[in-house]
Design a protein around this ligand. Sequence first.
Ligand SMILES: O=C(O)c1ccccc1N[C@@H]1O[C@H](COP(=O)(O)O)[C@@H](O)[C@H]1O
Length: 215
Amino acid sequence: MATRVKICGITSANDAQQAQAAGADALGLVFYPDSPRYIDPLAALEVAEAVGPFVTLVGLFVDATEAEVNRIVERVPLNLLQFHGNEPPEFCASFSRPYIRALRMREGLNLGAAMSAHQHARGFLLDAYVPGIPGGTGARFDWSRVPQIAPKPLVLAGGLSPENVAEAISIARPWAVDVSGGVEVSPGVKDAEKMASFVRAVRDTRLAAAGPVDK
Ligand SMILES: O=C(O)c1ccccc1N[C@@H]1O[C@H](COP(=O)(O)O)[C@@H](O)[C@H]1O
């Protein structure tokens, strides 16, 4: 099965075009002001205008207010929202966009219950848990904890890189992978070659899963 790729933390039209050229299926825009990858609505609009119609634009929020989310949704043509804080299900489902829910894989998390609570989520993004930091940490979790049966598509995130993504896919078998820090030159600035290597590594696992290829 083809594994989709989301590259998160895009902060410029240039990085967006390079991510698109690398073959990313989705780009993440971080509207969390404390992140080094924060993007303001004007720059986000430039990103939206720099990419083609089949690239999914995902807006990431961490415990933003309803008014803050609506302010972004009204200005930026986002296809999907990603809630990465402690937002309750009814809040996540209250906007005029579909959403995915980030679940941080802390010890003792009841993943089944967390997923059941978000019946309207389009998917779940599983990220590493680092106390006090909501995401974009570069930390990974034990990929064998990813369930093989889930009510919605699962997106694997947390500490992925061009070097480890093939192994991560072979263990977790996710519907998609999400990377941020692993394809950067510095926080908030993407590296074109790392993005290309990351997508290549994912595509190669896709070929491997499909069986031998005639040369
Ligand atoms: O990227 C951020 O700065 C960020 C801030 C707050 C919440 C989530 C954030 N990013 C998400 O975290 C995952 C994992 O990042 P990394 O690959 O370990 O650097 C990333 O895919 C984003 O979805």
